[in-house]
Design a protein around this ligand. Sequence first.
Ligand code: GLC
Length: 736
Amino acid sequence: MSNHNTTQTQQAQSRKDIDLNGLIKQMTLDEKIAQLIQLAVPFYEGAVGAGQITGPMESLGITEETVHNSGSVLGMAGAQDVINVQRTHLSNNRHGIPLLMMADIVHGFKTIFPVPLAIGCSWDMELAELSAAIAAKEAAVSGVHVTYAPMVDLVRDPRWGRVVESTGEDPYLNSLYARAFVRGFQGSDLAGDMDKVAACVKHFAAYGAAEGGRDYNTVDLSDRQMREFYLPAYKAALDEGCEMVMTSFNTVDGVPATGNSKLMRKLLREEWGFDGILISDWGAVKELIAHGIAADESEAALKAIKAGVDIEMMTSCYVSHLSELVASKEVNEELIDEAVLRILKLKHKLGLFDNPYRAADPKREAEVVFCDEHRDSARELAVKSCVLLKNDGALPLSADRKIALIGPFAKNSDVLGPWSWTGSKDAAVTMEAGMRNRLGDAAELLVAEGCGIESATEEQWQEALAAATAADIVVLALGEHSDMSGEAGCRADIRLPGIQLELIRKIKALGKQVVAVLFNGRPLDLHGIYEDADAILEAWYPGSEAGSAVAALLFGDANPSGRLTMSFPYSVGQVPVYYNAYNTGRPQGAPDAQVRYVSQYLDIPNEPLLPFGFGLSYSEFAYSEASLSSETMTESDQLKVTVKITNTGSVAGVETVQLYVRDLSGEVVRPVKELKDFRKVELQPGESSVVEFVLTEQQLRYYHSDLAHESDAGAFVAFAGPNSKTNAALPFKLIK
Ligand code: GLC
């Protein structure tokens, strides 16, 4: 067995062809079943009975023998630890089958990038791919083989805590990001490139559609809704070569995904041809009992293995019951063999039979992880992921004005966001550090917390009011604690906590200009902020370089260019609110619409406060001369959509020109707008550019009521503009 320092080329060349089927034939049934279990780290550090398994080891029927034959580990990282555990494991495994080391490396390993919802707002696929490539490199050298990412769940409900992990409400954009992240994680030669890890797209499927925005809640969608909106990004990840799929906790059409043969066998494996590893999400196999489709763990194991779930994460239904199910002929042993073969194939593809330590290298780990080059990339992406939501002239800041930095995120290092467990908050650049670095020692920056995330002391109030009174302008660093989003981080009231709204009121009452910087994991209800702040920068959770990226934007060293990929609702009462919605039979403002009897609320508008695609800049961009190459197109034609953009402002900036289409006459109702393309254009002051999009008949196809994916002849409208609300309408016809 080669040591873990073998060069990449040597490893790729020396890979011996193993007869995996022959190996399976040598394995006992219990050894094969053990390959299908995935346990947490403590089981491999000898902490028998401890660990994150749901219940003590003994009650799970997990013996030491099971552990010695298990197939993979959840949540292990650190080159030396991985080497030690792998070495011990191999000494106990009769066949020399190495462990797969899997972990959640979602938006960075040690160098933490902005949360995916922020990366989504960059509309920059190259940087998104680079962030995944850097995450993969740092993870691989630390011994990780597989990451449970990308998460590509389409989202429409900001009450759901996990919108923070998604890239938003549009299937086309989510698909582009899915591909970019898979390319970044896996590269083009996963077998030979030791700086890459296998990706695992999740959560299959439609986890983001949980009713009420409540995590793990019921999802019930038509096949058509699934295919039109929720499935495309998973398919894009698989088309990009993603090695694994993770099941979702939710039901899909009445059957929990993890036991759903229609979804997993018929669609994922037969229709889409996916033959990689399907892993359950944490405990989802055993949760089939709570869902009510399995009477006990034996039936849960039966339904999951029949649905094609290869690896059971964190529960032990498989190891406790599959052998008896085979004995009773309720499960054909071939089902187990096919699952084991998929697992062994990935181990072989990763070269683990030749070098079970793959890229794990403590020396190189120390050089690569959290290096300056990676942090520079994290800062660049953070700058491009922030979204300027409002600016009445308070930004950019001038360094010669006395600035007060106030709020719970003034000093707070909770800027990495959920799924940053391998990162270090202590190493993150806080708002205070970022602003002091930017201002230099000469300038005076007054800093006071004013209040915590959800509470305040009189002393904090007084400190903040004193700082604000002495300052010319106030920067308020506000937000949600990172535990207020992420998994099971769902909120029914999506405003900032009341104490922070009180802080804004108190500071505003002093008559100072107020710039709000928001650190949060969801679109917020901005009541209490939007009207009082003179400027608002949405920073999300910007990652390791938070303070330096935000400071660069606040002082105009960088020009905000982020564009929202998830609508900001007027209030939670609107939710779900999203741009690609249907018109209804009684849309407000239609030619014959009545005043009252239309689709409306009596107390709030229908429109979100800030729409999909929205974002401001320090530049001003004017659109003109929008036109089509023709007013008709055929299936073989290409329709050109052109629009001129001019930077009428005084600073260079980047505009994201967006192309939408509306199908006015579908066989089923069609969204009032659908994003079809976009172009990022950098313009100097006074500079113009003509952007040309090409529309094809393929882009007009959609799922009909019989699930045929095709276009219809008829009337359409193309829209080109800065966001999903403001754009020039260009009618055309598709002729067939
Ligand atoms: C969690 C999450 C999933 C994650 C897995 C392993 O429950 O739902 O996204 O990858 O468990 O940590």
